[in-house]
Design a protein around this ligand. Sequence first.
Ligand SMILES: Cc1ncc(COP(=O)(O)O)c(C=O)c1O
Length: 352
Amino acid sequence: MSLVERLARPEILALEPYSHASWDPTLERLHANENPWPAYGDGTPSGLNRYPEPHPHEVEARLAALYGVRPDQLIAGRGSDEAIDLLTRAFLAAGRDAAIVCPPTFGMYAVATRIQGARIVEVPLRTADWSLDEPALLAAATEDVKLVFLCSPGNPTGCALSKESIERLLGALAGRAFVVVDEAYAEFSSEASFASRLAEFPNLVVLRTLSKAYGLAGARCGALLADAALVALLGRIIPPYSMATPTCDAVLAALAPAGLAEAATRIDLLKGERSRLAQGLAGLALVRHVHPSDANFLYVECMDASVVLARARDAGLLIRDFSRGARTPGAVRITVGTPAQNDRLLEALARP
Ligand SMILES: Cc1ncc(COP(=O)(O)O)c(C=O)c1O
């Protein structure tokens, strides 16, 4: 029995997927109960009166090329949020299964798990260096744990997890649980992606997104990379037509050669601004400590977070308050903006 068959919910394995209307762009469509005319104000070339392709094969092929995997090892969804949702729905049975998260971390892992009615097990990162507590993780990985969510580079910490630590965990949990490495911020990191390690670790799942480095947060497009059997299972439960036509068009434009070149330039610019902003912040009386970052944001411990938040707001800038979190006392998370925005923030915080 394969790992997917062993860990998936039996009712999902047995599910008869929805049978969608057939897809043949060479024929005129009188088979999907669409309106024959585009809506008022619809200027799109293909017309939003038509359903998009049931599964966005061209988008998936481009994403697979971008991340260096085979198309059958990737499923695209509405942001990596949808990938997290699909994983919990496929593997976590209400009242029976569990997922491990390592706080402080991205909140959607726990929310999706709880929506599913499954148990969340928290194994906090070590606060000294935001590293994984491997012995505690292994002790927590009981038989009911089907998913372990790791975030690297971490949100909100900004810190990449040790490659060796992730490898050891993948090895120790082989045949027992899927280790999900969320690489939403990987393009800003000097660490190599785990996307190239799928053949080595059948229990590895990698999440990527176009929301950050590729500037498409509003389009909602993310990708899950994994063993083809896992991807095929998720393909049975993702709703048909899940990727809207304007999203597909925006993704294909952004991943064309000119789009990729522009994204690369902007990633470099943001990395430069990240260093400049970190240096500027570190010299301010309001700031206690700026953590090193592999992402497009900085995790900043403040003398008094409420003053930092208020000064930013007065300058017309929103930054994220983490100061009341049990594991993030006094901290804020600052997204690296344009050079002008970063200057404005530094000026506002430097005022006597
Ligand atoms: C670590 C992490 N994973 C996933 C997401 C969700 O991204 P998406 O826009 O692809 O749904 C975010 C968004 O902030 C994130 O920080």
